[in-house]
Ligand binder design. Structure first.
Ligand code: SAM
Length: 241
């Protein structure tokens, strides 16, 4: 049986992109939310960059991993809090509470973080429509708790079914736009030495398809109150034109 921590090991490769996003979009003393914190990469980077941060995860084992990863000293000090929580329900936070959201949802059920045992864990669903509905619910909550004119960065990849490409990332992006965000960036993160590569390589050779070697780091902006978004209509939900 796989150790939970193995599922998170390859994610440490995301550190560089998290670091860059936090540096680009926040200042020292700002506050960051990661509502699906996993092993804690966002909070580790927040601590190193002296930003306050809150991390939630529906899986108590992930929360324990994050807490352990944060057991190091760094000066100047800042505050990082990790606790069990559900990204679908951020009612413990007031509107306009955070300067940045950085998060990395499961890619449907490609890696089952709780092996189907935790109700509400997004990694339990293999249904694209159901996954997207939940992502949209989360996006609406993230829009609410983010301060106006601030950013929300989502790292998400794609998958294959029946040897054909499933554009999970573009579906997720559309749901964030539908929730009211504006697309600021689509940063391509090249994926090296992924733990799933060895499993996919023979399938790819036999089925004549390419391995997926990238993920998308979408950066969305929450519009300002009363902002005229007419000139940004092509960076918004399709229904806006
Ligand atoms: C891809 S991992 C996050 C990895 C993280 N970036 C890291 O540094 O390890 C996705 C996480 O989302 C969590 N998750 C799934 N559904 C959730 C939900 N409804 N609310 C909060 N966390 C959830 C999983 O338990 C898992 O830890």
């Amino acid at each position: 049986m796989r150790r939970l921590s193995e599922d998170y090991e390859s994610l440490l490769l995301s550190v560089l992109s998290y670091h860059n996003v936090i540096e680009m979009y926040t200042e020292q003393g700002d506050s960051i939310l990661d509502p699906m914190v996993g092993a804690g990469t966002t909070l580790i980077e927040a601590k190193l960059l002296v930003r306050d941060a809150v991390g939630l995860d529906i899986n108590p084992q992930a929360v324990a991993l994050s807490k352990k990863a944060l057991e190091f000293k760094h000066r100047p000090e800042s505050e990082q809090e990790v606790r069990v929580g559900d990204a679908r329900d951020l009612s413990s936070f007031e509107d306009d509470s955070f300067d940045l959201v950085v998060t990395h949802p499961p890619y449907m059920n490609i890696i089952k973080y709780s092996e189907g045992k935790i109700e509400g864990d997004l990694s339990n669903t293999g249904s694209l429509p159901k996954f997207c509905e939940t992502i949209e619910e989360i996006a609406r909550e993230l829009l609410r708790v983010l301060r106006p004119d601030k950013y929300c960065a989502i790292l998400i990849g794609d998958t294959r079914r029946g040897r054909h490409y499933v554009p999970l990332a573009f579906n997720v992006m559309q749901r964030f736009l539908k929730a009211g965000f504006v697309l600021r960036e689509d940063i391509i993160k090249v994926q090296h030495n992924c733990s799933a590569t060895a499993r996919w390589r023979p399938k790819a050779r036999a089925g004549k398809f390419y391995l997926i070697m990238h993920e998308h780091l979408f950066v969305f902006r929450k519009p300002k109150e009363g902002e005229d978004l007419a000139r940004l209509k092509y960076s918004r939900a399709v229904l806006s034109f």
